[in-house]
Design a binder for this molecule. Sequence first.
Ligand code: HEM
Length: 189
Amino acid sequence: MAFLKKNYGWIIVSILATLPLIPLLKMGLDGGKENVDMLYHISGEFAIRWMTAVLTCTPIFILFGVNNLFVRQAMGIATAVWSFIHFILFVWIDGFLETFTQFNYIAGFVAVLLLIPLFVTSNRKSMRFLKSNWKKLQSFTYFIIFLSLLHVAILDKTWLIYAIVVGVGFVIRIPVAKKYLINLRKKRK
Ligand code: HEM
């Protein structure tokens, strides 16, 4: 019981991140053009949703003082795994060389490449080893979300809602806004 009380956050994230694999596997096994579109849709949507969610962790901490490193790490892993699944599906369906035929695929590809070091170092051991460089590495996230939104916007799929959530998060992070909001939160207590 004590274990669940301490770890329920990242366990819920892991379950939520794993569940969409069930319809994805079913469609992959069924085949067909419609299913191929759905494979791209499900994997791409979950990649961008988790990416947006992980970027809201710092704004949520600033606004409400809630922070959980394990939840944040689980969200980061979900982001990377869904992006990798999305890319692996593309390579499987269209072939690797197809990646370089459109600007939006190249933008997605660079985002996937940048996610690799973040994924590999998203554990406590790497945090201790890299020290302040770990934070610097994490700042890749800003470029990754920009490239991902560019990829989705050029494809003319749903992107604006994610851009708004991420954009509001960036405004909250601006040092002056951050200081003001943290002071406001502390005064309310
Ligand atoms: C090499 C990297 C990537 C390739 C080759 C790729 C390829 C594709 C393809 C072929 C589609 C379907 C386009 C269509 O239906 O017309 C798609 C859609 C999408 N991709 Fe990617 N993608 C890549 C990386 C990413 C990344 C990093 C993200 C976000 C984290 C992402 C998010 C999406 C989203 C949200 C959609 C739209 C899904 C929908 O609503 O149907 N993609 N991508």
